[in-house]
Write a protein that binds this ligand. Structure first.
Ligand SMILES: *[C@@H]1O[C@H](CO)[C@@H](O)[C@H](O)[C@H]1NC(C)=O
Ligand SMILES: *[C@@H]1O[C@H](CO)[C@@H](O)[C@H](O)[C@H]1NC(C)=O
Ligand SMILES: *[C@@H]1O[C@H](CO)[C@@H](O)[C@H](O)[C@H]1NC(C)=O
Ligand SMILES: *[C@@H]1O[C@H](CO)[C@@H](O)[C@H](O)[C@H]1NC(C)=O
Ligand SMILES: *[C@@H]1O[C@H](CO)[C@@H](O)[C@H](O)[C@H]1NC(C)=O
Length: 436
């Protein structure tokens, strides 16, 4: 009797392995075929690998033999890939790529609140920026995108050791009280990662809702490995193309959601949030003159250009991004958070959980005045248009001037005069469907 079960068990395991390998293989073959024959759909090969599950090598060999020899030598690729294939789990990885003041913390919560299968990290790259900023400046920032990408890769694989090098002061025995915004990650604030009732030497607790001691990164890593879905929110990745190797890593299944917002609204919001840094803008608004060759204006233009270049790349769907890129406008989320959340979940292939649904409901309904003051809940569609009353028209104009192509791509309408800017019945949002 026992042997029967043992054989059945082995059979099931074998089936699972075959199933996994064929899905990876179809991704490899899609990529290879597309590299060589952009017009041809990869359907034929995928079909044959589905009906006759063969070992990874035989399918790859067939595939390689079909490729024109002139296009290169794939011996290396085969070997590298084989190593990686063995590491694959069926987890899913979401990278929420945003910039500051685009509602990314809010949207990150859509995933953080998913429930017990989710491991969410809030801005882990903050540590890199803080530690390297002076050096990176000297280095004109050329290395930063690679460091970011490699760190994201390690974190999606639940390896915290590269991140540890950037945490200051350095963790002791992989334990740190200093992980940036740990409390923003549910997985890091629940058991077993939360070690209850242990205060650190400064008598601090490290989570909002629970008493947890300093963070044991070994436990964090174990928790991460036990979760099928992993999501990271970051405002620090500037160009989508720098992520290519991350998206091609066969140990992972990364999907990128790029979150954008009207650049006029971003400027208005930054002027409120980082008031002292934006004194020059305020001065310009006062005297109605904006020097276009000013560094601040150039930086604004640079940021807008990077957003546009990334989105253009994503929307053009090169093979490495096919079905892996989604563009979402903050304003569309504000208008209908539930609908957009549903679309985002559908895109990632992660089931939309009832917990996430409930969180969104609780946090987007309008608030009664009576319960007002202490509530953090917001009526998000009303919030989304508030900037129009706080930004001086002169500044809206300069944004339109330097961010024109970006605004056009995302469907943000220009205003020609101050009256229109503050006229609530004029929508500044074009209805726009982005194809993915
Ligand atoms: C392909 O590359 C491998 C390793 O670089 C080399 O050993 C092999 O001879 C090459 N094959 C051909 C056909 O060039
Ligand atoms: C940054 O520095 C590298 C090497 O020092 C140089 O090759 C590159 O052109 C520089 N890039 C910019 C944008 O200045
Ligand atoms: C951190 O957690 C690991 C895994 O449970 C454990 O072995 C280790 O002792 C913990 N570290 C400290 C300093 O408590
Ligand atoms: C939020 O406010 C807008 C504008 O006042 C209103 O149309 C909308 O119904 C409100 N949404 C909710 C969920 O209460
Ligand atoms: C606001 O815009 C609407 C639609 O274009 C227009 O009918 C209305 O007169 C405008 N209101 C003001 C105060 O300009």
């Amino acid at each position: 009797m026992k042997t029967k079960y043992a054989i059945l068990f082995i059979f099931v395991v074998a089936l699972v392995i075959i199933e996994k390998e064929s899905s990876i293989l179809s991704r490899v073959s899609d990529k290879l075929i597309q590299m060589h024959n952009p017009q041809q759909t990869p359907q034929t090969l995928q079909d044959s690998s589905n009906t006759t599950p063969r070992s990874s090598f035989s399918v790859l060999k067939v595939l390689l033999s079909k490729l024109p020899a002139t296009h290169g030598n794939y011996t290396n690729l085969l070997e590298e890939r084989h190593e990686e294939v063995e590491n694959v789990g069926n987890s899913k990885h979401v990278l929420l790529m945003a910039s500051t003041r685009t509602g990314s913390s809010f949207v990150g919560e859509f995933f953080n609140q998913h429930g017990e299968s989710m491991f969410y990290l809030f801005e882990p790259l903050w540590h890199v920026e803080r530690m390297l900023f002076p050096a990176a400046e000297a280095n004109n920032g050329t290395l930063l995108p690679e460091i970011y990408r490699d760190l994201l890769q390690a974190l999606f694989l639940c390896d915290f050791s590269p991140l540890e090098k950037f945490i200051s002061p350095p963790p002791q025995d992989h334990v740190t009280p200093d992980l940036f915004r740990r409390e923003s990650s549910m997985a890091l604030c629940e058991e077993p990662v939360c070690t209850p009732e242990i205060k650190d030497i400064f008598e601090r607790y490290h989570c909002k809702t629970r008493h947890c001691g300093p963070l044991n990164l070994t436990l964090a890593s174990e928790s991460c490995l036990s979760k099928r879905y992993r999501a990271i929110k970051t405002v620090r990745v500037r160009l989508l193309e720098t992520l290519q190797p991350l998206l091609q890593d066969l140990r992972l299944d990364v999907k990128v959601i790029q979150l954008v917002r009207d650049p006029r609204a971003i400027l208005a919001s930054r002027m409120v949030a980082f008031s002292s840094k934006y004194q020059t803008w305020k001065a310009w608004a006062q005297d109605g003159q904006v020097p276009e060759d000013n560094e601040e204006v150039k930086r604004l233009k640079g940021n807008c250009d990077q957003l546009r270049i990334s989105a253009e790349m994503g929307l053009s769907q090169p093979p490495w991004l096919r079905s892996r890129y989604m563009l979402v406008r903050y304003e569309d989320i504000a208008r209908d958070p539930m609908q957009k959340a549903e679309e985002m979940y559908k895109f990632t292939g992660i089931p939309f959980s009832s917990q996430a649904r409930e969180w969104i409901l609780r946090n987007t309904q309008s608030v009664q005045e009576a319960s007002g003051i202490y509530s953090t809940q917001k009526n998000s569609s009303e919030q989304a248009d508030k900037w129009r009353f706080s930004i001086p028209f002169t500044l809206a104009q300069i944004v339109q001037k330097v961010c024109g192509p970006t605004m056009k791509l995302f469907g943000y309408k220009y205003v020609e005069d101050e009256k229109t800017l503050v006229n609530k019945s004029v929508s500044l949002l074009e209805e726009k469907q982005f194809h993915y």
